[in-house]
Design a protein around this ligand. Structure first.
Ligand code: PRT
Ligand code: ZN
Length: 294
């Protein structure tokens, strides 16, 4: 990597790549076009993005080939339990996308219904180190069958009695007649960094982290506008999610009604709008916030 420029390791293609490219774009990073290139250069920041398989990201950052990287906590934790150098890496920022859960699951109505039932059984997984650690902590002795993918077919093929795999919607488990009975790890995409490998690019990393934080904050923050009866203001304020100090302004020609503007720092659901309406709120608008800086 060149001095003064930050190298960010990112997945080339897949769930993490999608969220990662979105985050960079929303953070104002313009990547020069390069088809099928390993490295993409940012046009407006001293930043290069190295596109590799997600499984290689922890070791690229730990070795210092890249100063930072975007990776799933599941991949990071599995690599950390095999390598002390990876275990020493720092999570600089949680990124809030590619959320999933590493779960133990087994055939519905089969002999394995809980963790204790795993004693003496075989478990198929792409996460052997995390699975082994979980079993050890629970004092269970079981065989681990390592698989590169399609773990969900293992019980049907009599390769294993249970699986330990990532779940997001649960559709894959259901389609394969499996039910989850225990969570091993909650995961989301994280930004990791190797402070010793920044090579004069610490300021660029700080700037990137600051922008990522702004994007994440603005994603879950909404601007709400509504009109409400003056005498039900307290009721309305109690419903507005995470709005500390709403602006209350008069409405021309209406002494009994006020206009409320509020920045909501928690998710605004349809049910929130329904509660606002039930409390007398009218003309309710929810607007996205494009950029934020505290
Ligand atoms: O080529 P490369 O090695 O880079 O890609 P990959 O195939 O390893 O990665 P990819 O893109 O599938 O996943 C990258 C990361 O996304 C994972 O390491 C997780 O951090 C995260 N992620 C989030 C997921 C899921 N959700 C997910 N649902 N990774 C995989 N799955 C799979 C899971 O293994 C199972 O097969 O999706 C299936 C379950 O999904 P549901 O929705 O049916 O429950
Ligand atoms: Zn992978």
């Amino acid at each position: 990597m060149s001095a003064g420029r930050l190298t960010l390791a990112m997945q080339k293609k897949g769930r993490l790549a999608e969220g990662g490219f979105d985050l960079l774009k929303q953070s104002g990073v313009k990547l020069a076009y390069a088809r099928d290139e390993l490295m993409r250069r940012a046009e407006n920041l001293p930043l290069d993005v190295m596109l590799i398989r997600d499984d290689d990201i922890p070791s690229f950052v730990a070795s210092g080939a890249c100063g930072c990287g975007i990776v799933g906590e599941n991949v990071l934790a599995e690599a950390a339990s095999r390598s002390a150098r990876v275990a020493g890496l720092e999570i600089v920022q949680r990124l809030g996308f590619a959320r999933c859960t590493l779960k133990l699951a087994a055939p519905v109505n089969g002999p394995v219904q809980n963790v204790a039932d795993l004693e003496g059984r075989a478990i198929a997984t792409s996460y052997p180190a995390l699975t082994a650690k979980f079993l050890k902590d629970r004092g269970i002795s079981a065989e681990i069958v390592e698989m590169g993918g399609s773990v969900e077919v293992a019980p049907r093929m009599n390769i294993a009695d249970a699986i330990c795999d990532l779940v997001s919607t649960g559709a894959t488990l259901e389609a394969n007649g499996l039910a989850a009975f225990e969570t091993v790890l909650e995961s989301e995409a994280v930004l990791i960094a190797n402070p010793a490998a920044l090579n004069g690019a610490a300021a660029t990393l700080d700037l990137l982290v600051e922008r990522f934080r702004g994007v994440i904050a603005s994603r879950q923050t909404k601007y709400i506008l509504l009109n409400a009866p003056k005498d039900r203001l307290d009721e309305i304020r109690a419903v507005l999610p995470g709005a500390d100090a709403p602006t209350v302004a008069p409405v021309v020609g209406r002494d009994d009604v006020v206009a409320i503007h509020a920045v909501c720092t928690e998710e605004v659901f349809w049910s929130t709008l329904e509660k606002l309406k039930a409390a007398g709120g009218r003309s309710i608008l929810v607007l996205p916030i494009e950029k934020m800086m505290a």
